[in-house]
Design a protein around this ligand. Structure first.
Ligand code: HEC
Length: 180
């Protein structure tokens, strides 16, 4: 009887803790510990503007550990996958010849797969926001991501530890470089 209660409570607990990722008015909370998640990649100057910037923005992409573990097993993103992209100002390193380092956060973005919200959605955060509504014009983001992302609407081709895994599971689309 005791064992049975425990088995019944577990899924209930899991559901409750995921529900807490949204505020009462439906905004997605910025996970406070995402810096302890699995690091996937950094990009620099990925703003697709015509002019190169003297201070290009760095981005760092992190994924929640259970989704990463599942991807390693199946080559696909499970429901409740959260990918956080943290955008930081770059600064010149005076000691090196043209080297750049990362400084303060300018914004963050989240790409989340949540069946209870209809699948993949994008959220945008100012540097100081702790929660956000979905990006108003999802099509701006989805247009590039679904056309150019190698796996579903994500850029697995730029996440070196996942490229081979996705290919082994036939979940990798060869795509051209993102269009401007
Ligand atoms: C012109 C193409 C393009 C557009 C438009 C675009 N992205 Fe991306 N996005 C990328 C590329 C390339 C990456 C790969 C990672 C990187 O930038 O280092 C990426 C990665 C991401 C990631 C990390 C997870 C993933 O999906 O791979 C998030 C989150 C993200 N973008 C959010 C957004 C949001 C929000 C918008 C719309 C406001 C947007 N993107 C519009 C090209 C694009």
């Amino acid at each position: 009887m005791r064992l049975r209660t425990r088995v019944l409570l577990l899924p209930l607990f899991a559901a409750t803790s995921f529900a807490q990722t949204y505020t009462v008015d439906g905004e997605l909370k910025l996970p406070p510990d995402y810096r302890q998640w699995v690091f996937l990649s950094s990009g620099i100057g990925m703003d697709y503007s015509k002019e190169p910037s003297a201070h290009p923005i760095f981005d760092n992409v992190f994924v929640n550990p259970p989704a990463y573990a599942e991807f390693l097993k199946t080559g696909a993103w499970p429901d409740k996958t959260m990918l956080v992209k943290e955008n930081r100002v770059s600064s010149d390193d005076p000691l090196s010849n043209g080297g750049k380092v990362q400084t303060s956060v300018v914004s963050r973005e989240i790409h989340i797969k949540d069946a209870s919200h209809g699948g993949w959605l994008f959220y945008g955060y100012r540097a100081d926001s702790q929660s956000a509504k979905p990006v108003a014009k999802q099509e701006v983001c989805t247009g590039c991501h679904s056309k150019n992302g190698a796996t579903e609407t994500t850029f697995v081709q730029y996440y070196p530890t996942l490229v081979e895994v996705a290919k082994q599971h036939n979940n990798f689309r060869e795509t051209s470089a993102p269009e401007k």
